[in-house]
Design a protein around this ligand. Structure first.
Ligand SMILES: [Zn+2]
Ligand SMILES: [Zn+2]
Length: 208
């Protein structure tokens, strides 16, 4: 069952907290909130979440409201933790393996103390295309996709894009974990790293 009432992010958006202050918003606007990510392998790892329940951000990448909010949160992360990347695993159905344990769409913001090319090699996937975010909707249509950009402050970030052939759970975090030598604790369900997430939320809320 993957019904809306069971969506963890929808409950968090309604003010519920499952992991203490980790589930408190860092920043809010009319259409989006940001919050610390559970299972953060790196302090500063946070998420931008649309208030409206949807499965991917493919319809948001042409919205200036979306990018204004993303940029303001990326700036906050970068002031505290240094240069960041953004990525999304765009699912297309409830219960998809491509989403990382929640069906509710979200953009990851991750400080980047790791080489992206090595990470993409570690991902085991080749054939990445480079496209601007505004083209994701037309490039993906209804398919599931992965998108990662190292230009998170752009109004139309160019990034690595790939249609998903074989859905993989927590795809980018496994690739990041492999690059950081943290494969053993990559699965956030078994290693939620709540201490790191709590510190992330506290520091970014103070600075927001
Ligand atoms: Zn939801
Ligand atoms: Zn995710």
């Amino acid at each position: 069952m993957h019904r809306l009432e069971e969506c963890r992010f929808c409950h968090i958006l309604a003010g519920q907290q499952f992991n203490g202050s980790v589930d408190k918003p860092i920043d809010v606007c009319d259409d989006y909130i940001s919050m610390a990510s559970i299972g953060a392998l790196i302090e500063g790892w946070s998420l931008v979440v649309p208030r409206e329940h949807c499965l991917s951000l493919r319809d948001h990448y042409k919205s200036s409201t979306f990018f204004q909010f993303v940029q303001s949160n990326v700036q906050n992360v970068e002031r505290q933790y240094g240069p960041a990347i953004i990525f999304e695993h765009g699912a297309n159905h409830h219960g998809s393996l491509t989403s990382c344990g929640t069906d509710h769409a979200h953009l990851h913001i991750v400080p980047q103390p790791f080489p992206i090319n090595a990470m993409l090699e570690n991902s085991g996937i080749s054939g990445w295309q480079k496209i601007p975010a505004s083209q994701i909707q037309s490039a993906a249509h209804d398919a599931e996709y992965l998108f990662l950009s190292t230009s998170p402050l752009s109004n139309d970030p160019i990034g690595f894009f790939k249609i998903v052939d074989t859905p993989t759970s927590q795809f980018f975090r496994h690739a990041i974990a492999a690059t950081l030598g943290k494969t053993a604790t990559a699965d956030y369900k078994q290693h939620p790293h709540l201490d790191v997430s709590t510190r992330t939320g506290e520091r970014l809320r103070r600075a927001a």
